[in-house]
Design a protein around this ligand. Structure first.
Ligand SMILES: Nc1ncnc2c1ncn2[C@@H]1O[C@H](COP(=O)(O)OP(=O)(O)OP(=O)(O)O)[C@@H](O)[C@H]1O
Length: 268
């Protein structure tokens, strides 16, 4: 049996006894273009990610998931509302690994370490440590084109971790990978999240992926993007994508996602 606790959008997101948060969005609105000339993409989003929490964000295509992530990353500013990230600027990881192809795996990571202010003398050993962490020890000198898709995403993850933040924003990072490679990387991100005490906000279209990874799944509605529903996922980790618990909860969440997509498509 699954244990899913549903909460309304207005309820406190998670138990944060000290009022602590790694990310806090308060009444965030986002409209592209001049105010009054376009419909808001995000409308009154309030969401906390607790320290060490793993939250996945689901929603119909175009509902504003990436927009929300970009706002938290500081790549864009909300039209109204506030976003607070008390620690270092969050690290962002995309589906497209965006590695520099002319650099080796290790040098890609060293570059991120340099931008994070890590002294030159420490960069190589730190890059090697991060490659070990993503199980690519010994691949320091490999060029990007010599790496498989899964290996590139491991390097991209190591590079994100090199930015020195314990808040990791992930925008469909495994969407381009085959199912088996994705499954292996699910295990890896779960392990690294727990070991490094990361706070993760992870965007995906894949409901099973969302349930397999997260402590909490947040479903966004579209036009405008609002928090439609949340599920607290209490299934023990590590989880398997094919397990009954993940499957049952995925069916329930998919039904709600379908409803949102239908509503989105029927709107003029
Ligand atoms: N820079 C921009 N200028 C104008 N409109 C934008 C901009 N960025 C996003 N949008 C619009 O905002 C809406 C939400 O886009 P966003 O990429 O955040 O959705 P999404 O939920 O991540 O979609 P998908 O799941 O397909 O990746 C879309 O209608 C998109 O066209």
């Amino acid at each position: 049996m699954t244990t899913a606790l549903t909460t309304s959008a207005a309820a406190p997101a998670v138990d944060t006894p000290d009022g602590e948060y790694a990310v806090r969005l308060s009444h965030v609105h986002k409209t592209f273009g001049r105010p009054g000339t376009a419909a808001p993409v995000l409308d009154d989003i309030s969401l906390d990610v607790a320290p060490g929490e793993f939250v996945t964000l689901l929603g119909a295509s175009g509902c504003g998931k990436s927009t929300l992530l970009n706002l938290v990353a500081g790549l864009d500013r909300p039209t109204a509302g506030t976003i607070e990230v008390p620690g270092a600027r969050p690290a962002l990881m995309f589906q497209d690994h965006a590695l520099f192809p002319w650099l080796s795996a290790g040098k890609n990571i060293e570059l991120a370490l340099r931008l994070a202010g890590v002294p030159k003398a420490e960069r190589q050993s730190e890059a090697e440590r991060l490659l070990e962490l993503v199980r690519l020890g010994g691949s320091f000198k490999k060029r990007v084109h010599e790496l498989s898709g899964g290996m590139r995403q491991r390097v991209a993850l190591a590079r994100s971790l090199a930015q020195g933040s314990n808040v990791l924003l992930m925008d469909e990072p495994f969407a381009a990978l085959d199912a088996i490679t994705r499954d292996v990387l699910h295990d890896e991100i779960t392990r690294i999240w727990a070991e490094q005490r990361l706070s993760v906000l992870f965007v995906t279209h894949n409901v099973r992926e969302a349930v397999r990874l997260a402590q909490r799944v947040v479903l966004l509605s579209s036009r405008p993007g609002r928090i439609a529903k949340e599920w607290r996922i209490d299934l023990p980790q590590p989880r398997r994508i094919e397990s009954a618990g993940v499957a049952d909860l995925s069916i329930e969440i998919t039904e709600h996602l379908r409803g949102e997509i239908r509503r989105h498509v029927q709107q003029p």
